[in-house]
Design a binder for this molecule. Structure first.
Ligand code: UDP
Ligand code: MG
Length: 335
């Protein structure tokens, strides 16, 4: 029972004595992992930009297992802003921190924002305007990736090509988590039972009337990126295993294309041996064929394993995150 309360706090908002508070027009969800240098400035800037637009809003900072003073700084800010701080019980990763924020959010619309202020808040105006024009999801995407190393750009390009291969839905390659979503979109995302998530795919999967806004990214204000190569690889694997099936099916095609010529080749060898007798033993051809087929089989089993691992992860039914603390002493929805 406790688990349910933790993973679906929005529907059980009475747990947090917030049900009496007015529903804010907007919730800003900020996942933060070791962002002590950025958090104060981020909240101050959000406040400035949002109060120009709206009467009521709330900010949710999701402290994703920070080991620096992010949490205490965030809590201190709760005295001055309509702020709610969720502390996850450990570092669950950005995707889960976003989900914790979405599940807790109460706003009629929700914006997801990074804590490092790389994204220009000035485009909140355009986002809100598009929202008022009837778009249910207003997402930003990078105008260019000139600041990234060539190798990273190449891998990103390859990943999105593989991800979109044979897929019914298009996942835009340069889209960001920085986006505005209507409550219906947020509810659709929260209603999905899968716990191991690739958010950029899910935003595309849920659909809704969407609009893109191109943005230029600022350099990170303080600290360094939390995503190392290995973390990005893991996320890419989650994305591929949750949104594609072609890596599983391709082995049928490969298998047939090896097996069919092999039958003819075997037949040809039999005829040749009968007609011309046995010639020099073709050990090198044999060795090459064994290595090739052995490799192909291992790769296919490995890929199968990745999907089985994903199924295993979901079958266990563990929640994607655990909220250890919910701190909202001053939240009544007004700025
Ligand atoms: N983040 C998080 N948990 C993590 C890693 C990152 O909540 O395990 C947050 C981080 O604090 C930031 C956002 O996700 O607010 C984006 O992270 P970062 O700026 O490091 O990513 P990049 O901009 O390099 O893609
Ligand atoms: Mg960043």
């Amino acid at each position: 029972m406790k688990q349910e309360r933790i993973t679906a706090p929005f529907r059980l908002a009475e747990d947090f004595n917030l049900w009496k508070a007015p529903i804010p027009a907007l919730t800003i969800v900020i996942p933060a992992h070791n962002e002590e240098g950025n958090i104060d400035e981020a909240i101050a800037r959000v406040h400035t930009h949002v109060t120009r637009l709206l009467e009521s809003y709330e900010i949710i900072i999701v402290d994703d297992g920070s080991t620096d003073s992010t949490l205490s700084r965030a809590k201190a800010l709760a005295a001055d802003y309509p702020l709610r701080v969720l502390r996850l019980s450990r570092n669950f990763g950005k995707e889960q921190a976003i989900m914790a924020g979405l599940r807790t959010s109460r706003g009629k619309a929700v914006v997801i924002l990074d804590a490092d202020l790389q994204e220009p808040l000035s485009c909140l105006n355009d986002m809100w305007k598009a929202y008022e024009d009837g778009f249910e999801m207003v997402y930003t995407s990078r105008a260019h990736r000139a600041d990234e190393p060539r190798s990273k750009r190449l891998l990103t390009w390859l990943f999105y090509k593989l991800l979109n291969l044979g897929s019914d839905i298009a996942i835009p390659p340069d889209s960001r988590d920085f986006r505005l979503m209507d409550r219906r979109v947020v509810d659709a995302l929260c209603d999905m039972p899968e716990s191991n998530r690739f958010m950029k795919g899910l935003y595309g999967w849920v659909g809704f009337r969407s609009k893109e806004i191109r943005i230029e990214l600022e350099p990170r204000m303080h600290g360094t990126s939390k995503f190392r190569l290995i973390g990005l690889m893991k996320l890419a694997l989650t994305g591929l295993t949750s949104f594609t099936t072609w890596p599983l099916r391709i082995w049928t095609v490969i298998g047939f294309s090896i097996a069919a010529p092999s039958i003819f080749y075997g037949f040809w060898i039999a005829v040749r041996t009968l007609v011309f007798g046995i010639d020099v033993p073709g050990w090198s051809t044999l060795a090459a064929a064994i290595f090739l087929l052995g490799g192909v089989q291992l790769v296919s089993v490995g890929i199968l394993g990745e999907y089985v691992a994903r199924v295993f992860g979901e079958v266990k039914g563990r929640p994607g995150f655990i909220v250890a603390e919910d701190f909202s002493p001053n939240l009544d929805g007004s700025p």
